[in-house]
Every structure is written in structure tokens, then in C-alpha cells.
Design a protein around this ligand. Structure first.
Ligand code: CMP
Length: 138
């Protein structure tokens, strides 16, 4: 069993596709073990995306991620990090495979509906960034 962090980004929340994303998780044997809706502050978004702070899109990305509420979730399942990334599709929705969340709903490389951790170490950092152990169902 593995865990990963999922974020339904402000575009996904405002367009009413929280349920659609969760349905796809549940249809693929991925369990939600923690979930909350938050509206990130600028420092929170900058801390979460600190790994990208030198990238040209950092300012725009953190502005977008603080533009409205997001849903953060801890997901659990076999090989869930890579299976959830497969469900999301490529970062750039134009390169995402048919039937993926980003291919179906993203409108922009930045406004790409969902986020998922890319490796076990990243997942541990990202889950701990939003949740303490009491908030995660074991
Ligand atoms: P995410 O998986 O959350 O990780 C970093 C985010 O930066 C990415 O999804 C996009 O929302 C955003 N982003 C914006 N521009 C780019 C870009 N050129 N390359 C990668 N990510 C980008």
C-alpha cells in the first residue's frame, strides 16, 4: 500500500468537477483516506511549490493556486502514486492521453485541474504539508 497527495485545483473546484474526480478515483480502487477544502494563503502556496521557485511560472502558479479553494486529499492504494498520475494525464493537457482527467477537463498547462505527488519522498512531504497523522484514516 502506498499513499499520495491529490489536490483538486481552483479551476476544478469552481467548475464543479470535485465529484467527477473522486468518482474516477473510486472506480479505480483508489481510497480517499483524508480530505479537506482549504483556501491557501500566498505563503502556503509558495511553500508547497518551493521546488519550482526558480521556474518562470512560479509567480503565476502560486497566484492561481491561491485564487480560490482547493480540495486536498490523501489517497491510498497499490502503486497509487503512478496509478493516480496515469489517471491525471500529462501536465500539459495537450499531451495527456484520452480519457485522463486533464485531457477531459484542463484548459491550460497551469489550470490543469489536479495535482499528484510524483515520488514517495515528495508524497511524504506533501501529505505532511497539509495533514497530521490524526487526520488520516489508517
Ligand atoms: P502540478 O502537477 O501541480 O506541478 C506544478 C504545476 O505548475 C503544474 O502542475 C502546472 O499547474 C504548473 N505549470 C505552469 N506552467 C508550467 C510549465 N510550463 N511546466 C510545468 N508546469 C507548469
Amino acid at each position: 500500500m502506498e499513499r499520495t497527495l491529490s489536490i483538486i485545483k481552483p479551476d476544478g473546484v469552481s467548475r464543479g468537477i470535485i465529484g467527477e474526480v473522486i468518482k474516477r478515483l473510486e472506480n479505480n480502487d483508489i481510497s480517499v483516506k483524508a480530505m479537506k477544502m482549504i483556501h491557501m494563503t500566498q505563503p502556503q502556496a509558495e511553500g508547497f511549490y518551493a521546488v519550482h521557485k526558480e521556474r518562470p511560472f512560479f509567480e503565476s502558479l502560486t497566484a492561481f493556486m491561491t485564487s480560490g479553494p482547493v480540495v486536498v486529499m490523501v489517497l491510498e492504494g497499490d502503486n497509487v502514486i503512478s496509478r493516480y498520475r496515469d489517471l491525471m494525464g500529462a501536465t500539459n493537457f495537450k499531451e495527456a492521453a484520452e480519457g485522463t482527467i486533464r485531457r477531459d477537463f484542463a484548459t491550460d498547462i497551469e489550470k490543469n485541474v489536479v495535482h499528484g505527488s510524483d515520488a514517495p519522498e515528495t508524497a511524504a512531504f506533501e501529505i505532511g504539508y497539509f495533514f497530521n497523522s490524526f487526520e488520516i484514516i489508517s
